[in-house]
Design a protein around this ligand. Sequence first.
Ligand code: GTP
Ligand code: MG
Length: 470
Amino acid sequence: MSAVTSSLSKRQEKDLLSLFSHARLHLLYKASIHGFTAAAFHGRCDRQGPTIIVAYNAAGFVFGAYTSKDYAQSGQAVSDGTAFLYSISAERNKPLRVGSISGKHAFTDGGPGPNFGALVFLHEDKPAVQSNPGDCFNFQEAEMHGNDLALTEFEVYRVEGLGDLLEKPWRNIQWTSERKQQLMTSIQNYLPEIKAVNQARVLLVGPVGAGKSSFFNSINSAFRGNMTCQAITGTARTSVTTQYRAYTIKTGRRGGTLPLILCDTMGLEENADSGLNVDDIVSIFKGHMKDRYQFSSCSSILEDSPGYQKHVTLNDTIHCLAYVIDTCKVSLLSQKMLDKLTAIRKRANQLGIPQILLMTKVDEACPLVAKDLKNVYRSVYIQEKARQLSDSLGIPLSYVLPVKNYSEELELDQNTDILLFMVLEQMLNYADSYFENQITDDQDGSNGPELYRSIDPRQVVSQRDEPKIV
Ligand SMILES: Nc1nc2c(ncn2[C@@H]2O[C@H](COP(=O)(O)OP(=O)(O)OP(=O)(O)O)[C@@H](O)[C@H]2O)c(=O)[nH]1
Ligand SMILES: [Mg+2]
């Protein structure tokens, strides 16, 4: 999913949001990228629920129209008591808001560009607006758009209500230093159930920019005790991560390594021939991809590729798969992306790999969570997004974990660490389920009872005991 970014400045976005009581904006359509045509507009904005049009002109006006009703090209005149036109300009310290003239409809739901009577956007499939004040809405043209009817940009956002806080959280978290310590200790003391396996291997997979590399950096920072940035992170159209990386994590500067390897990948994109491909993911599942393999969108790793590892053991295979999804983009996941994720899920199921879903950027998604991370399981919005993800990917809600990565902070934070460690603890629990399945699969005892750690959970592991994969 390549990133199409908003042209709104922080100040303009704040002004726009002030027109609603408690909302988030999701960019659906940007004419400079998708085309200044009615067809491009309808292709992205029809049947999206409440939306706001944001038109920009060279005179510095940001103006447009809100409706809570769907665009559906029905040909009908649509009434909407909540619809309004608005204008934001640097000269005004509050947005201008204009409701419809009493008894008049809000817009004509036709095939051409959005037609609010007084403002007709994408007029004749051009970057232009037609202005007819008095037709359904009344305003002074100089105040609305400064008489500049040529558009420099045209965007449409879905407006999502954020809801409030639940009285009771949907998961109980102890936000205490004792809990943080307890989680840290249990993660550090974890030992995979199979003796010959030294570390649980967890694979991070998800769309471009979802926060996969940041998750590794955050865990690494939390265990080292200071901010680290070993994995390169950032925002770009295509994946910032282009190499497969299997990261080990140290506890403290000179401490030992955690019994966990986090494997970072290139981001997924909608199209079949861009971003990380499903065949490469399957090779990673089976342990065939070497650390630092350079991904290529157009071809997958082959047995004779330099980064291909032929002989693999249980130490090399993936023991838990974590999907990483940006909470802000949940409702914008395209069918193509969902299909890709479903194909990955199918292959992981076939190989018996347990799966978990991380919902990142909860701070960006909900201002109540940004204000206080302890609201994460009380935010109606976050709960709704978790349910939505669980439904669309067919993953039980209990496998969905909201998380906040460190992104711009200079100091560690106890609550952020607790959420991060809870995710890690679940990953290790799920890796155990994978190991348990290996044990069940081997009940004929052909590998010998000494294979499993349950006999002596603290026994030191020898590299020479590695069981072979069949
Ligand atoms: N506010 C906030 N920003 C985040 C969070 N996680 C990641 N980011 C930011 O999102 C951007 C993308 O993060 P990355 O970790 O590079 O994402 P990625 O999934 O590795 O992306 P690719 O490697 O390009 O596929 C960066 O600017 C991060 O700082 C989060 O939980 N909260
Ligand atoms: Mg990355």
